[in-house]
Design a protein around this ligand. Structure first.
Ligand code: HEC
Length: 135
């Protein structure tokens, strides 16, 4: 291949590697670890169980959405603080109404676990599938 054909390839390879390098620094802040496709660390696994207990009946078993919105999508948009605040105070909007959870200590004290699981879903680290607890 002539050099003049290689140059655009090199440029796109460089652009790609910048993209790849940008990802780990973002992933470093991830509050979860997923191994073997569906094995969650203890914190996010607890988050999944809590989610199943309290949230799944409206948001779907894996957060994929039902009468409540798809939270894997929501977490791409809302901040951690907004998540904490919405869970504490509830939300009424164009989709419907979610109760406040501030009187429920199990939910309130473990919002970080819920967030960890949903962030793993939102980042695509785990799909719409049953998670296991990593050994
Ligand atoms: C009774 C049904 C119901 C339950 C149970 C429920 N939600 Fe919701 N939730 C909703 C509805 C409906 C909305 C959308 C409100 C709107 O914006 O119209 C919502 C919105 C949200 C949002 C905001 C999404 C966004 O894009 O702004 C978050 C975050 C959320 N719920 C988290 C949770 C968590 C975590 C739990 C479990 C502790 C939970 N929800 C339980 C019905 C529910």
């Amino acid at each position: 291949m002539k050099l003049k054909n290689k140059v655009p390839m090199l440029i796109s390879a460089a652009a790609l590697s910048i993209g790849l390098f940008a990802m780990p620094s973002y992933a470093d802040e991830a509050p979860y670890t997923v191994t073997n496709g569906n094995e969650l660390d203890a914190t996010s696994y607890k988050g999944f169980k809590l989610f199943r207990n309290w949230c799944a009946r409206c948001h779907g078993t894996y957060g994929q959405g039902m009468v409540g919105p798809n939270l894997a999508d929501s977490l791409k948009v809302i901040s951690k603080e907004q998540f904490y605040d919405t869970v504490e105070n509830g939300k009424s909007g164009s989709i419907g109404s979610m109760p406040a959870w501030k009187a429920n200590p199990q939910v309130m004290e473990n919002r970080d676990q819920l967030y960890a699981y949903l962030k793993a879903r939102s980042d695509g680290a785990i799909g719409v599938e049953k998670p296991k607890k990593a050994k």
